[in-house]
Design a binder for this molecule. Structure first.
Ligand code: NAD
Ligand code: ZN
Ligand code: ZN
Length: 369
């Protein structure tokens, strides 16, 4: 096995990723090494690379928490997966397994939790180390690139919808129809909910309609909270805010029905004002939701395996990561970009696009794109 791999590395917050060589680690006891086939690019990766949040990753690091690949090597004591299994290396990279949260199905808030592509190196690389107890098990028949967005965008919205407690036949408003939101619409429809899609981009809203949304609202034109209240006869029973915009949070609380639940999932840096009187007098619940547990993961993947949910993906090589980040920042990604690590299919002897690029820059050199 090669001792180094190609990786996209954050060396400084707010600067382009460096495409460079990185040592491939051998899996230690209880670890596995996964050969990446595909890795989705989540807006969280952008927050990570910008150092947006109060707890920052240690530099340098490799982002990426929607990595799907084949187990290439297992460390001693690993029995849950074997070489050749297709797994996903998600945001919830590992947890302690013993604290009150781990024991009660809230492992996502374990104080010892590690996060893929944040506190542990992630999938913007040809290989990624993983904890076999926390990897996603990709159902047979689901291609790596199709599975990639499900292990963050999919699980997060599936869990978030459950956290709204909206029941079949009721309204859910989904704010932000990007990587997360386009999957949220599909999960919500599969769960029997009526869906109101909200975005600031008409193209995203047209796509929402195509995916089955019942109502589309452009938050840039008029007051989206008033529009949702009017169209749903009092507000949505559940609201899921995926938009990385503080404005969307304020609006989301305003479109929640009396006794409804507004679930916060998007993570723009900052704070937003809560209209206390309205929240109290209307008995509204505002609730944060953070990815999902391993059980949520299995359920979220099962929807896709049964054909009820399908990520819309655009394949790109790792070498395009900085252009992809730029597009994501400006709302120019239709749904989800997935980095494709598969070798080019033209001839077996031809090096992959990434290999060709590195052949011209020289192995071991680091450079900005
Ligand atoms: P994305 O860039 O693919 O999609 C964001 C969408 O929001 C775009 O369609 C954009 O047009 C829309 N938008 C922007 N401003 C808006 C506004 N004011 N009103 C309505 N829509 C608006 O991003 P993504 O990958 O879907 O991630 C979204 C957010 O969710 C990020 O902040 C990310 O960090 C966060 N996230 C949270 C979790 C979690 O566990 N809580 C998991 C994954 C991602
Ligand atoms: Zn994510
Ligand atoms: Zn724990």
């Amino acid at each position: 096995m090669a001792r180094t791999m190609h990786a996209g590395v954050v060396e400084q917050f707010g600067k382009p990723l460096a495409l460079r060589e990185w040592d491939i680690s051998s899996p230690g006891a209880g670890q596995i090494l996964v050969k990446t086939e595909a890795c989705g690019v989540c807006h969280t990766d952008l927050h990570a690379a910008h150092g947006d949040w109060p707890v920052k990753p240690t530099l340098p690091f490799i982002p990426g928490h929607e990595a799907i690949g084949l187990v290439a090597a297992v460390g001693s004591g690993v029995t849950i997966v074997k070489e050749g299994d297709r797994v996903g290396v998600p945001w919830l990279y590992s947890a302690c397994g013993h604290c009150e949260y781990c024991l009660t199905g809230w492992e996502t808030v374990c104080a010892q939790a590690q996060f893929g592509g944040y506190t542990a190196n992630g999938g913007f690389a040809e290989y990624v180390l993983a904890d076999p107890d926390y990897v996603a098990h990709v159902p047979a028949g689901l291609a790596a690139a199709d599975a990639a967005p499900l292990i963050c965008a999919g699980i997060t919205t599936y869990k978030g919808i459950k956290q709204t407690a909206a029941r079949p036949g009721e309204w859910i408003a989904i704010s932000g129809i990007g990587g997360l939101g386009h999957l949220a619409i599909q999960y919500a429809k599969a769960m029997g909910l009526s869906v109101c899609a909200i975005d600031i981009d008409d193209g995203k809203l047209a796509h929402a309609k195509f995916l089955g949304a019942d109502l589309m609202i452009n938050a840039k034109t008029g007051d989206p909270a008033a529009a949702v209240k009017k169209a749903t006869g009092g507000g949505a029973h559940g609201v899921l805010i995926t938009a990385p915009s503080l404005n969307a949070f304020k609006q989301g609380v305003g479109m929640t029905r009396k006794r409804g639940t507004c679930v916060l999932v998007g993570l723009p840096p900052g704070e937003f004002p809560v209209p206390l009187f309205d929240v109290v007098a209307n008995c509204i619940t505002i609730r944060g939701s953070f990815v999902g547990t391993r059980q949520d993961m299995a359920e979220a993947l099962a929807f896709a395996a049964e054909g009820k949910v399908k990520a819309d993906i655009e394949l790109q090589p790792l070498s395009s990561i900085n252009q992809i980040f730029d597009r994501l920042e400006h709302g120019d990604v239709a749904s989800r970009v997935v980095l494709d690590f598969a070798p080019t299919k033209t001839t077996k002897t031809q090096p992959s696009e990434v290999d060709q690029r590195f052949a011209t820059t020289g192995a071991g050199s680091a450079r900005d794109l």
